[in-house]
Design a protein around this ligand. Structure first.
Ligand code: DX5
Ligand code: ZN
Length: 216
């Protein structure tokens, strides 16, 4: 799978409908929705009011990335608010399994995420228990950071573990993705690439999405 999920975090919130329309027209498969609480990460983004707008206006599946403490308190509300997939950080919780169950019981897709300083081996117990695994290639908190090259080692390891077990669990990469590393990431086994600053703010974001996919 070679999917692009532009990150709403880099959109122009003064022109939100215009940017959502661009996503609807574009070749992007999903819209990535970054929710930050100012506690788990040193930044606050947005919450349910923006989800309401997206639910109404966005035609692409909403890939919600929770960068919050106590995700168990909110995952069901995000499903109700229109999430197509709900992900949270492994390092934010004691036991991810009951939280994954809350999401699954709502018939929603699950994603487990780790920051760059968390060893990828910690995902091993969950490989067959989630729909997607998200490797952060920058520290969660801000858009526009530089891609951390060591992500490739984690990606290669994760790809081989999934293939060895014949698992279809998706791998998503998030942070610092642009047209100069996207094709290498897909080649190394990524299924979904998140891209914020590489898409929004560009003169022609739709063209940029095609470039990320290697179709231009
Ligand atoms: C970072 C977010 C990312 C971010 C990506 O905390 O999870 O999704 O928006 O932005 P870029 O592509 O600009 O690194
Ligand atoms: Zn994200």
């Amino acid at each position: 799978m070679k999917y692009i999920a532009p990150s709403l975090l880099s959109a122009d919130f003064g022109n939100l409908s215009r940017d959502i329309e661009m996503i609807n027209r574009s070749a992007a498969e999903w819209l990535h929705v970054d929710v930050m609480d100012g506690v788990f990460v040193p930044n606050i983004s947005f919450g349910f009011p923006i989800m309401e707008v997206l639910k109404k206006e966005c035609k692409k599946p909403l890939d919600v990335h929770l960068m919050i403490t106590h995700p168990e308190k909110y995952v069901e509300r995000f499903v109700d608010a229109g999430a197509w997939s709900v992900g949270f950080h492994l390092e934010a919780v004691d036991d991810p399994l009951p939280i994954l169950d809350l999401i699954k019981k709502k018939n929603c897709r699950t994603c487990l995420t780790i920051n760059p300083d968390i060893s990828v081996e910690r995902l091993e117990p969950y490989l067959d228990k989630v729909d997607m695994l998200l490797l952060m290639s920058v520290f969660a908190g801000y858009g526009g950071q530089k891609f951390i090259p060591q992500t490739f080692d984690k990606l290669t390891w994760l790809r081989s573990q999934l293939d060895k077990r014949g698992l279809k669990t998706l791998i998503e990469i998030d942070g610092g993705v642009n047209a100069s590393n996207s094709l290498d990431l897909f080649a190394a086994g990524a299924d979904v690439l998140v891209a914020g600053s590489a898409v929004f703010g560009k003169e022609n974001p739709e063209e940029e999405i095609l470039k990320l996919k290697g179709e231009l």
